[in-house]
Design a protein around this ligand. Structure first.
Ligand SMILES: [Fe+2]
Ligand SMILES: [Fe+2]
Length: 133
């Protein structure tokens, strides 16, 4: 593939490779959310929730520190800003889940709402005209 250097010095090919890896993360975490919903045992749910939180935290860090800055200027500014704000919203729930325990009031609800927020966010990243497009 012909490469072109963006304003930020990353090549379009690098950005596309990174997007493919980040999309694979999205699929992995969607699967974890599905597993959580299908699981009844507290120990397994706790493990899944921890894994979801860890994977989302690493993923968001890579996007915020590497990927988003690399595509800034190529993507609609408002959409980029909203993506950062959506990350911040998710971090609040992630922090609550990491501090809490399966079985706490609202624990399952928090996992569910986090999954819905992530679904919306991923749609904006991967959708037509989205950050990954
Ligand atoms: Fe994101
Ligand atoms: Fe993402």
């Amino acid at each position: 593939m012909a490469t072109r250097t963006t304003k930020n010095g990353s090549s379009t090919k690098d950005n596309m490779d990174a997007a493919a890896l980040l999309k694979a993360d999205h699929r992995a975490v969607e699967e974890l959310f599905e597993k959580y919903e299908a699981t009844r045992g507290s120990a397994t749910k706790a493990k899944l929730a921890q894994q979801i939180c860890l994977e989302l935290t690493i993923h968001a860090t890579i996007e915020e520190e590497i990927f988003y800055p690399a595509v800034r200027g190529e993507v609609d500014d408002d959409m980029m800003d909203e993506a950062y704000v959506e990350h911040d919203g998710a971090k609040v729930l992630i922090a609550e889940l990491m501090e809490g325990d399966v079985g706490d009031d609202f624990y399952d609800a928090k996992v569910k709402v986090l999954s819905e927020e992530i679904r919306h966010h991923v749609k904006e990243e991967e959708g037509r005209g989205g950050i990954f497009a």
